[in-house]
Write a protein that binds this ligand. Structure first.
Ligand SMILES: [Zn+2]
Length: 218
């Protein structure tokens, strides 16, 4: 078993577990499988390599450490799962209505109040990673004067948002930003995962918000 390149030990070792032997039982019980991921060596916000560890969690067989950047204070995970894995994850998770109607309802209620407070009359709201539109539909119920736009990576979620709530929904990740007309008065990112390690998808929040928000925006 130990010599098998596809066995549990090599899988556990490559999934970020430093003391793989002690995790073997856990890995077997939970059916660990090799999952593609990349490791962040620096803060995705400011590029600093200085951090303190504040926790860890296991997701898709991968051990992720939660770090707090000592330079800018952003909390981030040191692992980015492959975009394919995340896309498939959201396609599945989005099928579960209870997740949006029950589990997320308190967060949505709070964000609706905040959005109401921040958005001027007739203003524009963008929900980046807006899933099936439950949150934006609640915003529209409270503030019918606002013009709302949703961006999400899941094609089926965007279709749902259009057909169920009549929302403007654009499918994609960061590249989808080019297809919506900025600026916005309020940008919400409650369900979004930023992909910030490197490459063309890299962006900083500051630049991103400057792109999205009006000068008087929130
Ligand atoms: Zn930082």
């Amino acid at each position: 078993m130990m010599g098998d390149p596809d066995g549990p030990l090599p899988t556990v070792t490559t999934q970020g577990f430093p003391d793989a032997d002690t995790w073997l039982d856990y890995a077997r019980r939970h059916g660990f499988r090799a999952t593609r991921s990349e490791r962040l060596m620096r803060c995705p916000e400011c590029g600093s390599a200085s951090y303190s560890e504040i926790g860890q969690y296991v997701h898709y067989s991968t051990l992720s450490k939660l770090r707090l950047c000592k330079s800018c204070g952003v909390a981030y995970s040191d692992r980015r799962l492959s975009p394919d894995v995340m896309r498939a994850h959201f396609e599945r998770a989005y099928k579960d209505e209870r997740y949006f109607v029950k589990q997320r309802s308190r967060v949505f209620e709070q964000l609706v109040v905040l959005t109401d407070r921040c958005a001027r009359r007739g203003g524009r709201v963008l929900d980046f990673g807006g899933a099936k539109g439950h949150f934006l539909a609640a915003v529209q119920r409270r503030r019918p004067d606002l013009k709302v736009t949703l961006i999400d990576i899941s094609e089926s979620a965007c279709r749902w948002a259009r057909e169920t709530y009549g929302l403007e929904a654009v499918c994609g990740s960061l590249s989808a930003l080019k297809r919506v007309a900025a600026p916005f008065d309020v940008v919400v990112m409650s369900g979004a995962q930023r992909r910030t390690s490197r490459g063309p998808a890299t962006f900083s929040s500051r630049g991103w918000f400057t792109h999205c928000l009006q000068a008087a925006g929130s």
